[in-house]
Design a protein around this ligand. Structure first.
Ligand code: PEP
Ligand code: MN
Length: 336
């Protein structure tokens, strides 16, 4: 059960509502986000909703049968839109494109990528400054200094930044320089990190865990929402299966299922999803047809020289072509 409280609800009214719900053998959690004040009730017994529906302070009440509550589509009429400012909005019905290198490598690379994005009308740039690498000897990112360089150049060009946060201590230091925190596949179930991201007022994109189920991804989002941040996006980036021909197995099914289960925007990452440059396009386009609200992919002026993930990275002309195709396929989808 989700109870949306009125914006002017007072503490006394809140107490009365909580007492009433507890009497019905439901446990309550209070959730206060940028957008609203909620009570989440967890319990088993069926009861007559009218018993509490007309208590003062309640704006709306919804019975949500799913195990995750706040991220469920069942209670929200309007799907969540993520407004990054300056006219950049990620929402159902539009197509957000986020592109950039796997890793931020230096000033020249940043400038060239921004130029490429501006030419193609892309407003969100991806890139890692803290890189989770399987081997400790691989390039692990430029860190906060790289992020500051990137921020200065991106702001001038009106480009928004999405980058991975790997640990709690980085949240504060990154805050002023980013537009979306990315939670990587290796951190999807780092519940301390998710809790802390619930306490900030910037959007968070959670990637699906390497061997994570769809429900586990939804629960991870529930962590952030219930800790106070409802500016959330989910990302399908492929999962580990027995298949060895590709880096991961892009779960196109998950996109369609997530669109049914949650009101949060769903983003597809075909680069990590298949991991092979020549096959990024079809996976990206299939994801759009499956209902994705956005695509995030890796691009670099010279992929063969990229510090990480060059094998799945598009060069700028391939990237321009993919952007055009994504937009065409999105228009087709919306016209069907
Ligand atoms: C990335 O986006 O570069 C990345 C490391 O992705 P993932 O967490 O999905 O592996
Ligand atoms: Mn990568």
């Amino acid at each position: 059960m989700i109870i949306q409280l009125e914006s002017q609800v007072d503490e006394g009214q809140k107490k009365d509502i909580i007492n009433k719900i507890n009497e019905l053998k439901y446990k309550t959690t209070e959730v206060k986000t940028q957008k609203g004040d909620y009570l989440v009730g967890i319990g088993k017994k069926d009861f007559d909703i009218r018993k509490i529906g007309n208590l003062p302070g309640i704006a709306d009440i919804h019975i949500v049968s799913d195990d995750y509550k706040l991220v469920s589509r069942k209670w929200k009429v309007k799907p969540t839109a993520i407004d990054l400012g300056d006219g950049v909005v990620i929402e159902e019905g539009s197509m957000a494109i986020m592109a950039g290198p796997c890793s931020i490598e230096g000033e020249e690379q940043i400038e060239k990528t921004i130029e490429h994005l501006v030419e193609n009308g892309v407003r969100i740039m991806r890139g890692g400054v803290y890189k989770p690498r399987s081997s400790p000897y691989s390039f692990r990112g430029m860190g906060i200094d790289g992020l500051k360089l990137w921020y200065d150049a991106a702001r001038k060009a009106g480009i928004k930044i999405i980058t991975e946060v790997m640990q709690v201590s980085q949240i504060g230091e990154m805050y002023d320089y980013i537009d979306i925190y990315q939670v990587g596949a290796r951190n999807t179930q780092n519940f301390n990190l998710l809790d802390e991201l619930g306490r900030v007022d910037k959007p968070v994109m959670i990637k699906r865990g390497i061997s994570g189920t769809i429900d586990e991804l939804l629960y991870s989002a529930e962590y952030v929402f219930s800790a106070g941040n409802e500016n959330l996006l989910l990302c399908e980036r492929g999962i580990r299966t027995y298949e060895k021909a590709t880096r991961n197995t892009m779960d196109i099914n998950a996109i369609s299922i997530l669109k049914e289960k949650t009101h949060l925007p769903v983003i597809a990452d075909p680069s990590h999803g298949i991991g092979i440059r020549d096959h990024v396009d079809p996976v990206a386009l299939a994801s759009v047809m499956a209902g994705a609200d956005g695509v995030i992919f890796e691009t670099h002026e010279k992929p063969e020289e990229a510090f990480s993930d060059g094998q799945q990275t598009l060069d700028f002309s391939e990237s321009s072509r993919l952007i055009e195709k994504i937009r065409k396929v999105h228009d087709l989808r919306e016209s069907l």
